[in-house]
Write a protein that binds this ligand. Structure first.
Ligand SMILES: C[S@@+](CC[C@H](N)C(=O)[O-])C[C@H]1O[C@@H](n2cnc3c(N)ncnc32)[C@H](O)[C@@H]1O
Length: 216
């Protein structure tokens, strides 16, 4: 299969919009509500090794590290520019977080090396094939019994969200999300106990939280 491994969709689709990303998230994406909920859902224990996949500007990564200073937290993203923003925020926050520049479809970590992987608003940036590869990679790097926690666009849960989805579903990368296929794709990658745990209304449509476990 011919795939350009360096190609990716930046946080707000265009590189020149990246400096506005945090502002947009704060103003229109109920960011603090769903990210706090995601951190609670992860139930991080002392000494956990946690990967924030597609960490972007590291808002969630920093939130996790501040809530669980004893956990080892690593952020990964494909976009070197957004990693610079993340690096500067991490420095200002005074926390110890390692950042890795890599593609989610080829994670630079050994098998079974994380207790928990979290990912927020990343899967709708990936093509169908890249979602499949990424879910396989997340499964590979998780310990048996380890969990994936994710926030991303999901199947519309009311008429208003359905109407918004008519626009969003025009993009190949968002179609699996809108059709509600992420749980099935996670099952196919080997995960069990896959659930959609919460849903939020946003201006871009339904935002769902997911949990999936790698069997012991
Ligand atoms: C909408 S932003 C979300 C950032 C952050 N997780 C958050 O919730 O604010 C999507 C992020 O996914 C990253 N991304 C897109 N494709 C990727 C890939 N193939 N591998 C790793 N990161 C990717 C983008 O660079 C961007 O930072």
């Amino acid at each position: 299969m011919d795939r350009n491994r360096d190609k990716y969709i930046p946080a707000l689709s265009y590189e020149w919009l990246t400096p506005l990303y945090d502002l947009v998230m704060q103003l229109i994406m109920c960011e603090s509500t769903f990210k706090r909920r995601l951190v609670e859902q992860m139930r991080i224990n002392k000494g956990y090794r946690v990967l924030d996949l597609g960490c972007g500007t590291a808002t969630l990564t920093i939130l996790i590290k501040k809530a669980h200073p004893e956990a080892e937290v690593i952020g990964l993203d494909i976009d070197p520019d957004i990693l610079e923003v993340a690096r500067s925020k991490i420095r200002k926050a005074g926390v110890d977080i390692a950042l890795d520049h890599a593609n989610a479809i080829e994670l630079p970590y050994p098998d079974n090396s994380f207790d928990c992987v979290v990912s927020s608003l990343v899967f709708h940036h990936l093509t169908h094939e890249d979602k499949i590869s990424t879910f396989r990679e997340v499964f590979r790097v998780l310990q048996p019994g380890g969990e994936l926690h994710a926030a991303d666009f999901g199947k519309p849960h009311n008429i208003l969200m359905y109407l918004i989805s008519l626009i969003i579903r025009q993009f190949e990368e968002t179609l699996d999300n809108i059709k509600g296929l992420l749980p099935e794709m996670l099952h196919n990658a080997g995960f069990d106990q896959v659930e959609e745990t919460e849903r939020y209304m946003t201006v871009f449509g339904t935002l769902s939280l997911y949990r999936a476990r790698k069997p012991r």
